[in-house]
Design a protein around this ligand. Sequence first.
Ligand code: SF4
Length: 388
Amino acid sequence: MIFLRSSKKKCHVGFNARVILRIPSFFNSGLGDSIFYICRMNSTVDKTDIRALNKAQLKEWFVAHNEKPFRAQQVYEWLWQKSLKNFDDMTNISLPLRNLLKSHFVINHIKVDDMQRSEDGTIKNAVKLHDGRIVESVLIPTDKRITACISSQVGCSLDCTFCATARLKRMRNLNPDEIYDQVVTIKQQADEFFNRPLTNIVFMGMGEPLLNYKNVLEAIGKITHDEGLGMSAKRITLSTVGVTKLIKKLADDEVKFNLAVSLHSAIDEKRSKLMPINETNTLDELADALRYWYSKTKRKVTYEYVVWEGINDKREDAEALAKFCQIIPSKVNLIEYNPIDDGPYQQASPAAIALYERILGAHDVVVNVRRSRGKDIDAACGQLANKS
Ligand code: SF4
């Protein structure tokens, strides 16, 4: 974070003479951040996005404008719990106060730019962010659940060779409200199209969530808070490719949500070819981070794993995975692969999947074979690439 002095006398929320501009720190991990106030300006009009303020800051603003501090609570509820997009709809706020808010703030919201429905019911949203960039989020319906698959970054910097998102490169991290709004959108779609509640959230969309650590955790904080969506953290899973120092930080931060690791190979040489991050975050280091995670949280981890023809479909691959699974209590999801246009990878044969199931079963590892959803609209795992 870098603090810059504004040329104006007052910041747009009325705090002294200083406007603090937000510059992402290293990987936006939040490590070493000491910022206490953020002034996020709207790019087209010179107003602040009101949702960049926390409740205490909102309260300060009201007091600074000779208003009762409880107004902050009312406005905060409209903004987060009710996800209001317009000051005029804040019916318990007087007209003069609404006008004052409008003269200082905007409410930035994502917009669904395109929505596609798969023949299996999956919905893929291309959502437009405040700066016009697009990310994708997916509603996945099954008999028992409705799951929201959420993006955390525009593009991705990690170059996993099997992933369509990697081709987009990383453009920026999503703000907490942009992450939150994806969940709100899918919650509304679950209600509208299925007449059922949203039950689960997975951070498996575009981007590596741990490389947007601070914003992802802030968004989850709001999703789980009673003054937000009030969802249980146990229904949320963050999936990482294995950024080891940040897995340890999650444990230190005592998060209550679930952890999944995209593993895809338990042999260093192969994994590094599939996922270049493995060169700097090796399997040994990953194992060490997972031991730390388990020692602090006592919660098991899920390994996401795709078996590709000719890549990791041999007995030695399955045995290496079974051995890795002994590090801490875990389970394995074997995920069906969805080829991306000209990519070299193909889903392994049913016999290879059965081999994995046999070997993992023999080592008492719980394994689920997961069929991909939304393949016909490029909404399946690894296919999110803004093609709609
Ligand atoms: S798999 Fe995840 S971390 Fe790897 S390139 Fe794709 S989005 Fe990024």
